[in-house]
Design a protein around this ligand. Structure first.
Ligand code: MF3
Ligand code: CO
Length: 250
């Protein structure tokens, strides 16, 4: 069942989204060579709660932390721990917060210091741009497949691949609501996009092939071929006049 949200709901979701956006910026600034990924979790937990919100990932199907930190060939759902970041690592940080019973969810990728090479730098850039292309395709009167197709086309045009096994999602009172939002598909297919639809669009892009595996910790998703992977996500809200990004500071 797909629930459409009111204008009032949108403003509540914006509050959650803004907190997620702010905390992601704090984390981005905190990333330093030599730091442990669990330090990012402590910061995230503290920064979310100090804004009056609650981390949504913690305890979600038993997930043990407030943030996901996925490094290099890790795609998503990396569990923060004693691992130390080093110069040139590609780090993806994913965060969710709930306030006033609405959820915000967003992710970004960055390098620790300089990128290791030009192709890695391009992977990150293309992944972020594919998210914004997908958001632009989220127009009332269009179809869900327009978003999926736009992301896929953008990514594959640059020689990278989109992960199939994990997808974006509807969002609202719950972090994961209907519909699923794949990063691959055909234009004109899927549900009709309407004002009041809130979506988390989240391209997960591999430098190599799209296949992934889950590590023995039961969470960490890695590329099967060991290639680098990047991840960007925004929570958006479809209005009559276009998509609004709720997890952006501006
Ligand atoms: N943002 C991710 C998602 O939308 C991460 C959630 S995984 C969790 O699926 F278990 F940590 F919550
Ligand atoms: Co998400």
């Amino acid at each position: 069942m797909i629930e459409l949200k009111s204008a009032r709901d949108k403003e509540k979701m914006r509050r959650a989204g803004l907190i997620v956006a702010e905390v992601l910026q704090v984390l981005k600034k905190a990333v330093k060579p030599g730091m442990m990924t669990k330090e990012l979790d402590h910061i995230a937990d503290y920064e979310i709660r100090s804004r009056g919100a609650v981390p949504v990932f913690k305890g979600y199907h038993g997930y043990p932390a407030s943030v996901c930190v996925s490094v290099n060939h890790e795609v998503v759902h990396g569990i923060p721990g004693p691992r130390r970041l080093k110069e040139h690592d590609l780090v993806s940080v994913d965060l969710g917060a709930v306030i006033d019973s609405f959820v915000g969810d967003a992710a970004l990728s960055l390098f620790v210091g300089e990128p290791p090479d030009e192709r890695a730098a391009l992977l990150l850039k293309v992944t972020e741009e594919s998210l914004y292309a997908g958001i632009q395709a989220a127009q009332s009167g269009g179809h869900l497949g327009d978003i999926s197709h736009t992301v896929q086309q953008y990514v594959e045009r640059h020689g990278f691949s989109v992960v199939r096994d994990y997808v974006g999602h509807g969002i609202g009172h719950q972090m994961h609501e209907d519909p699923q939002v794949p990063n691959y598909g055909l234009p004109g297919r899927g549900i009709l996009l309407k004002p009041g639809l809130a979506l988390a669009i989240e391209p997960m892009v591999n430098a190599g092939d799209y296949e992934v595996d889950v590590l023995d910790d039961g969470w960490t998703v890695v590329t099967r071929d060991g290639s680098l992977s990047a991840h960007f996500e925004h929570t958006i809200f479809i209005t009559e006049t276009g998509p609004e990004i709720l997890t952006r500071i501006d």
